[in-house]
Design a protein around this ligand. Structure first.
Ligand code: ADA
Length: 687
């Protein structure tokens, strides 16, 4: 069955960043070209910075992805001497300019500038013509620049980005640094005048026997003539075998878009997507007229089904699965938020290697490379819009809704995504009479998310609800928990969760955040909150994890955070960094990373705690605890060649270290596999 609806063309908002294909004669039918290199950049406002005769030769030469805040939110001197001199990071306008040669042969094509993301208000000019504005720092957006292009000439593209505080643009504030700039890839897309806008694949019913797949393809006719042609849709299974081909005739009036919706059925054998086996199907959509290909795009999707139960947790493809997750912020030491794709992918691989199967992309939609990596590595995703801490009024609400629309339309096809997040901690210290703004917005966003995508659950993260019953609006309640860090004790966590579960028995519960800060390599013998030692962080996570697994109604949990991240307002023992990462800002794992790896993975691993605590002290004869993280069946510990015995879990020994050098060796055995770890501790005696 298929359905065609036509609509008059309005604005071309977003493109899916799917790969373009080559036609039969091997000439690409659409060209998606990265234009990241050699931009001129000026930090600050420029009067009419789009003017052709403006002399920008003194401007800095930069490549995208780029942010102007790589360094200024961090005060290196502060790190070294504890005295913070940082005056605040720059939040305002930055200008980018670049001349692009558009050959004469492209006349008659349609050209778009496709941004993967810029933070947070972007204005674009081409050849001095104002093209448009995009609001919001975390979604992709595009502009049709065809009317402003001079074919066969150099064309000046000028972009102003502004990352200043704005009451109407979410987030008004948050616990992370809001780096400004064109911080994701930028493309020039060339297509024919009639072309495919995007392809949405939805999978309303999947079972091991069959899959009902809906493929929706809007085709835009930007010309003044009506178009008659064919649209062919081909689906390949993960083994690259064609499982389905469907061709339909399309007629599109001038200046209109036709939306072709196919209801398809894939029959057995169905290859399901899961974190263990993230098999991807491919869809290829080809637009042609008289056998000549005009446009063609391909993309991936996956076949899986899932459900949540308020008491039993999460089920994927009919089987119980505990969601073992982390939160992930996108920035990184030395890059700010302008992180190249390879490093985004490296992050996701590290998360996977720790054994996580779930990631909350807090607090905003992330780079397309991140979502692709989640699909292909097998990481389930909670993705959310940046409504954090507080909400505004009408204009803010409109922007939040637009962000939701962009996130869902751009990321709809990813099989990894199971949850759309609508907001984070917006019930805080507002006066009682203002709380309804948060509640109403939650309601509106949930409704919008369900209209756009009935197949996913909605969630919010809060740490209190102040009797608003806001939690009843989303199907999933995410709880951010920091007992034993900001206040209280570790064990308060379990008690509070049990109380909340009694209050909301119908709700699905996820621990959306839990974490404690540490500085990698900083250890103390008697740790306490909030001393930012790795010891306290480890104790926090061990005790939380015990309490999480004891509660079947907790469907899943997300550590806050996988990586340390820039947060201008934070002050621990590294200024302006939120230090709750399982790995530091440069992605070097802390001890707690290996704790999770030892309980979440099967592949034999072993880690003596700690590789960064190699100078220790104690009084003569005092026994110290030596712990090994491993998923092996048994571990033997040797100190200076002498065995302290082989034991099952927990791999903990008391040992008296000798003054001077102590060589520690741990040998783990799991069936036929032997793994080993070694460290050397220098031990000194104190009085
Ligand atoms: C909140 C917030 C996070 C994070 C955390 C913290 O829960 O949702 O953004 O910053 O606090 O580390 O304090």
């Amino acid at each position: 069955m298929f359905r065609i609806t036509t609509r008059t063309m309005i604005v071309v908002g977003v493109f899916l960043f799917w790969s373009s294909c080559a036609s039969e004669d091997s000439k690409p039918v659409r060209s998606l070209q990265r234009i990241n290199n050699s931009w001129r950049f000026h930090k600050g406002e420029v009067n009419a910075g789009y003017q052709a005769d403006l002399n920008d030769r003194r401007w800095e030469r930069v490549n995208l992805p780029h942010t102007w805040n790589v360094d200024d939110p961090f005060d290196r001197r502060g790190i070294e001497d504890g005295y913070d001199i940082s005056p605040g990071y720059y939040r305002g306008s930055g200008w980018y300019r670049k001349a692009v040669n558009i050959p004469k042969s492209n006349a008659g094509k349609r050209l778009y500038l496709v941004f993967e993301g810029a933070n947070k208000v972007t204005d674009v000019w081409v050849n001095e013509f104002y093209v448009g504005e995009h609001i919001g720092g975390y979604s992709g957006f595009s502009f049709d620049i065809t009317p402003y292009i001079a074919f066969g000439k150099r064309n000046l593209i000028a972009v102003r980005v502004n990352n200043a505080y704005h009451y109407d643009i979410p987030p008004q504030s948050a616990d992370y640094t809001m780096y400004g700039g064109i911080y994701r890839d930028l493309y020039l897309l060339e297509t024919t005048t009639v072309h495919i806008e995007w392809v949405h694949v939805q999978t309303p019913e999947v079972s091991p026997e069959r899959a009902h797949v809906t493929v929706t393809t809007p085709v835009i006719n930007t010309s003044k003539e009506s178009f008659d042609g064919q649209l062919e849709t081909v689906i390949q299974d993960p083994q690259k075998r064609i499982v389905l081909t469907r061709s339909v005739d399309v007629s599109i009036p001038p200046d209109s878009t036709a939306e072709i919706q196919l209801d398809l059925e894939i029959s057995a054998p169905i290859t399901l997507w899961s974190p263990e086996a993230p098999h991807l199907y491919a869809v290829q959509v080809r637009l042609s007229r008289d056998q000549v290909t005009l446009d063609e795009i391909t993309g991936n999707f996956g076949l899986r089904w899932f459900s949540f139960d308020p008491d039993q947790g999460f089920y994927l493809n009919g089987e119980y699965l505990r969601l073992k997750g982390v939160n992930r912020h996108q920035d990184r030491a030395g890059y700010g938020n302008a992180v190249p794709n390879e490093l985004h992918i490296e992050d996701m691989r590290l998360i996977k290697s720790m054994g996580a199967n779930f990631v909350r992309l807090a607090h905003y939609p992330q780079d397309p490379a991140v979502l692709d990596a989640c699909d292909s590595l097998g990481l389930l995703v909670w993705e959310e819009i940046p409504v954090v801490r507080s909400v505004g009024r009408e204009a803010f609400i409109a922007n939040a809704k637009q962000m939701m629309r962009e996130m869902i339309t751009q990321h709809l096809n990813h099989p990894s995504i199971i949850i759309w997040g609508v907001m984070n901690e917006v019930i805080r210290d507002q006066p009682d009479e203002e709380l309804h703004w948060s509640v109403d917005l939650c309601q509106a966003l949930v409704q919008l998310a369900h209209n756009l995508d009935p197949s996913r659950y909605t969630a919010q993260a809060q740490f209190k609800d102040r009797g608003t019953d806001i939690m009843g609006i989303t199907e999933i309640s995410g709880w951010n928990c920091y007992y034993g860090w900001y206040s209280g004790t570790f064990d308060d966590f379990g008690d509070v969760m049990d109380e909340r579960k009694q209050a909301y028995p119908e709700q699905v519960f996820i621990i959306s955040e839990y974490g404690a800060g540490s500085k990698r390599g900083y250890h103390v013998e008697d740790s306490k909150a909030p001393d930012f030692s790795e010891n306290w962080q480890l104790a926090f996570h061990k005790r939380y994890w015990e309490q999480i697994v004891q509660r079947p109604y907790i469907a899943g949990s997300c550590v806050w955070n996988m990586f340390d991240f820039g947060s201008y307002e934070k002050g621990g023992n590294i200024p302006h960094i939120n230090q709750k990462g399982l790995a530091d800002f440069a992605r070097v794992p802390k001890d707690v990373f290996y704790f999770y790896q030892s309980i979440w993975t099967e592949e034999p691993m072993i880690y003596i705690v700690s590789h960064t605590w190699l100078q220790r002290a104690g009084v003569e004869g005092e026994a110290k605890q030596i712990e090994v993280f491993s998923n092996c069946d048994s571990v033997e510990l040797l100190i200076n060649g002498e065995s302290l015995g082989t034991r099952p879990q927990p791999f903990i020994w008391r040992a008296t270290l000798k003054k001077g050098t102590n060589h520690l060796r741990a040998i783990g055995r799991k069936e036929q596999t032997v793994v080993e770890d070694k460290i050397t501790i220098r031990y000194s005696l104190s009085d």
